[in-house]
Design a protein around this ligand. Structure first.
Ligand code: CMC
Length: 393
């Protein structure tokens, strides 16, 4: 028999070498290419973070200008894709539409199939980063029954996304710089997070040499689940369900009960056993956005903060080192910006596309890269003989 380690959930398996992201879960540290997430979020913008994650260094002035121009050149979708959208039901979940549309992009950009050509890999990467805001905003427009809004390359990445979400042919969207900056920061916070489920899915799909658009569609599918990117949507549903501060103890009791499947959404992380550094920035951003919009006494924010306070003084959560993660506050910000709950995970996918595509590129240039092929512990029937139909019980 072959010898291998049985490791369900890969809790102790290093699947690759990577120079992109470093996490120290005990200390609550997150670095991209060596730079702390706090500094990137404070001083950079999303496209600068994308350049860093993709290429390994911060861009100089000329590189930055060229990168922004190169990305914006690809922001339109092939017009045929607009017909593809029209094949979906209007009440489809945005993540379902995204899986389909992004996978279908493989049928439009045939040159991307040449994954051994570094230039073609970079073109596919730029296309994905550039087109994702258009895909996400068009899922929204389609659900709303509004006409698609085309990208505006004179706007920065986050402002252009907000424009495509909220402009209509009768009314241009006046971009609020504070909201655009907040959106940009949220995208930075979600851009990469080393070998999580969706990134590992992209690497595994890509390890067979598959088309990059198909690999990213696989990542989107994996991200959708409530234990991963779907948690931001689930947090808001949970806060609505709890409803009032008085009911927090009842839900904490349920979260601790092993016979109840209820979990505190937005709490806990496979790697962080300390406060998720992204959650701290997210909480600050949440206050900034609500202040800017003049939203005082937002009941969901107050409920979330009280839930955090009570949970973090509870033995169960202290012992298990369960802290709020990046998803705990993001939903409240999105909601305040007017983004519907069903869209939350799509925004995560938009941002994480940078990490997925950087990890995909890194994998393909790794000389030690092999097709991903985990083993299993077989627990089925011992060998037996095939019975003709009339002899089966
Ligand atoms: N509420 C209540 N108990 C929890 C929670 C929670 N949110 N998370 C973990 N636990 C308990 C779990 O029951 C277990 O208890 P025990 O040791 O008594 O059996 C212990 O803590 C360890 O949990 P685990 O399930 O072994 O931990 P994991 O590393 O497999 O799971 C997780 C990590 C994020 C899936 C999990 O904490 C969870 O389901 N959290 C809620 C969903 C969520 O917020 N997900 C977003 C993650 S961050 C964004 C992203 O990466 O996509």
């Amino acid at each position: 028999m072959d010898l291998f380690t049985y490791d369900p959930g890969y809790t102790s398996t290093g699947s690759c070498k990577s120079a992109i992201t470093y996490i120290d879960g005990d200390e609550g540290v997150l670095l991209h290419r060596g730079y702390p997430i706090e500094e990137i979020a404070e001083h950079g913008d999303f496209l600068e973070a994308a350049f860093l994650i993709l290429k390994g260094e911060l861009p100089n002035d000329a590189q930055r200008t060229k990168f922004v121009t190169d990305i914006s050149r690809h922001s339109m979708l092939n017009e045929q894709i607009s017909f593809f959208f029209r094949g979906f039901r209007r009440d489809s979940h945005p993540m379902a539409v995204m899986c389909g549309v992004v996978g279908a992009m493989a049928a439009f950009y045939h040159d991307s199939i040449n994954i051994n050509d570094p230039h073609q890999r970079m073109v596919a990467s730029y296309r994905l980063i550039a087109k994702m805001p258009t895909v996400v905003s068009w899922t929204y427009k389609y659900a709303m029954g509004q006409p698609f809004v085309y990208p505006r390359n004179d706007l920065d990445y986050a402002s252009n996304f907000l424009h495509m979400m909220f402009a209509t042919p009768c009314e241009p969207y006046k971009v609020n710089p504070t909201l655009a900056r907040a959106m940009d920061r949220i995208l930075i916070l979600h851009a990469d997070h080393e070998q999580n489920a969706s990134t590992s899915t992209v690497r595994l799909a890509g390890s067979s040499g598959a088309n990059p658009f198909a690999c990213i569609a696989a990542g989107i599918a994996s991200l959708w689940g409530p234990a991963h990117g779907g948690a931001n949507e689930a947090v808001l549903a949970m806060l609505h369900e709890i409803g009032s501060k008085e009911r927090i103890p009842e839900f904490l009791k349920r979260a601790k009960d092993k016979n109840d499947s209820f979990r505190l959404m937005g709490f806990g992380h496979r790697v962080y056993k300390n406060y998720d550094p992204r959650a701290k920035i997210m909480q600050r951003t949440c206050h900034e956005v609500l202040d800017e919009l003049g939203i005082k006494d937002e009941p969901l924010l107050e409920l979330a903060m009280e839930l955090e306070r009570i949970a973090l003084s509870d033995e169960y959560f202290i012992e298990r080192k369960l802290f709020p993660n990046v998803d705990f506050y993001s939903g409240i910000i999105f909601r305040a910006m007017g983004i519907p709950t069903q869209m939350f995970t799509s925004l995560f996918a938009l941002a994480r596309t940078v990490g997925w595509i950087a990890q995909w590129n890194e994998m393909l240039t790794d000389p030690e890269q092999k097709i991903g092929r985990p083993r299993q512990l077989y627990v089925g029937s011992p060998p037996r003989h095939y019975l003709p139909l009339h002899q089966r019980g």
